[in-house]
Design a protein around this ligand. Structure first.
Ligand code: XUL
Ligand code: CO
Length: 437
């Protein structure tokens, strides 16, 4: 397993004092935190698309990176070489999971049948590699946004024939995910949205998408796929009005269409494009019992687009891990690095630096967040803040025992304005900083 990264050995944990950039300073996979190892808590995954198929193209120019596994002119040879490179990378990095789109791992053929047989061939190769290495699949998905036929969407396309092509890809991607023991299946609505309302029947498109999800679930049950379905919200890019704008929008869609089998895959850069924080999006999902998984990355406030940078901001990661830990941790989900090296970061080592930096950031965040929960200062502030609802009339209201008139009478009975209660943001920020390692 030294074919593509001969200069890189297995990345080891060397502790916070190490100066070796090809070592972990905080991610010690066997270290136990609150009864679970770091590996079990964080469930890291590498994504196939950016890491092995992305070459750094942006809206202003083509890719810059030259990758040895893409040197063949034959697309199937490329697919097998890429799979070899991927498993060498996964094992050297020491992540337990990976994620893919159907078209990342196998080329589209001239017909539906040819695409299916390409995918089946590559999947059986991937299965062999998984068995050899012990790697597991966090999730699979179908790419319903790159091919020109999906220019008006996949599951929300106004043309029934294109809709059927989308369905075919979902069916095959579900088969592939099932064959590889995937723990989840993701729907990211790349082009599910609209450009201009005057040519769009939004209600009909959304009904089609809901029905497609239900058919996908029926098919998953039919083949015995037990993985969790996830929707990944994103407010913009590439379509102007994305239907899965943010977590709250997705939850409303799921409720409207009586769909109870889908959870949320939250991506920080999508959250910030929707003008939320990642922690906010996670909390909305957690409060609805729908926190599924995370596509770990970060955006860039200056750019204002989906830059998919590696997550290195400790504060943001701590906020996220606080929500995840309080929610009981990941079940089927994990932290998938949906992130890519910058266009000018063209060395093979840069792929490792990006992932090592992201893994250490979340490992550090896990340690800090669990210490914060243990310390209890922040949760004490919240408990105290709502204590007027804990007993007396406040508790009666929460128990549904008071009418609007009763509430009015309580207000009218007060001789003075309610005493001011500080929100204590500045104090909270000091407490938060005190825990940062
Ligand atoms: C795009 C994005 C996708 C999904 C999977 O912004 O995040 O790569 O994660 O389709
Ligand atoms: Co993503």
């Amino acid at each position: 397993m030294d074919r593509f990264f001969p200069n890189i050995d297995k990345i080891k944990y060397e502790g916070p004092k190490s100066k070796n950039p090809l070592a972990f300073k905080y991610y010690d996979e066997n270290r136990v935190i609150n009864g679970k190892t770091m590996k079990e808590h964080l469930r890291y995954a590498v994504c196939y698309w950016h890491t092995f198929r992305g070459l750094g193209h942006d809206p202003f120019g083509p890719g810059t990176a030259v990758r040895p596994w893409l040197s063949s002119d034959d697309p199937m040879t490329q697919a097998f070489d890429t799979m070899d490179a991927a498993f060498e990378f996964f094992t050297k990095l020491g992540v337990p999971f990976w994620c893919f789109h159907d078209r990342d791992i196998a080329p589209e053929g001239a017909t539906v049948e040819e695409s299916e047989s390409n995918l089946r061939e590559v999947v059986s190769y991937a299965k062999k590699k998984q068995d050899e290495t012990g790697m597991k699949l966090l999730w699979g998905t179908a790419n319903l946004f790159s091919h020109p036929r999906f220019m008006n969407g996949g599951g929300t396309n106004p043309d029934f024939d294109v809709f059927c092509y989308a369905a075919a890809q979902i069916k095959n991607a579900l088969d592939a995910t099932h064959a590889l023991g995937g723990e989840n299946y993701v729907f990211w609505g790349g082009r599910e949205g609209y450009d201009i309302l005057f040519n769009t029947d939004m209600k009909r498109e959304l009904k089609h998408f809901a029905d497609l999800l239900k058919l996908a679930k029926a098919y998953a049950d039919e083949i015995g796929f037990k993985g969790q379905f996830l929707i990944e919200p994103k407010p913009m890019e590439p379509s102007t009005h994305q239907y899965d704008f943010d977590t709250a929008t997705v939850i409303a869609f799921l409720k409207e269409h009586d769909i109870d089998f889908v959870k949320i895959n939250m991506e920080p850069n999508h959250a910030t494009l929707a003008l939320h924080t990642a922690a906010h999006e996670l909390q909305v999902a957690a409060d609805a019992g729908l926190l599924g998984s995370i596509d770990a990355n970060r955006g860039n406030f200056q750019n204002g687009w989906d830059t998919d940078q590696f997550p290195t901001n400790i504060y943001d990661a701590v906020e996220m891990m606080l929500v995840v830990l309080k929610d009981g941790g990941f079940e089927t989900g994990g932290l998938n690095f949906d992130a890519k090296p910058r266009r000018a970061s063209t060395d093979l080592e840069d792929m490792f630096y990006g992932h090592i930096g992201g893994m250490d950031t979340f490992a550090r965040a896990l340690i800090i967040a669990s210490e914060m929960i243990e310390g209890g200062e922040l949760s004490d502030i919240v408990t105290k803040r709502y204590s007027s609802f804990d007993d007396g009339k406040g508790a009666e209201f929460e128990a549904g025992k008071l009418s609007l008139t009763d509430l009015r009478d309580i207000a009218a009975s007060k001789a003075e304005e309610p005493a001011q209660t500080s929100g204590q943001r500045e104090l909270i920020e000091i407490i938060f900083n005190d825990y940062i390692l």
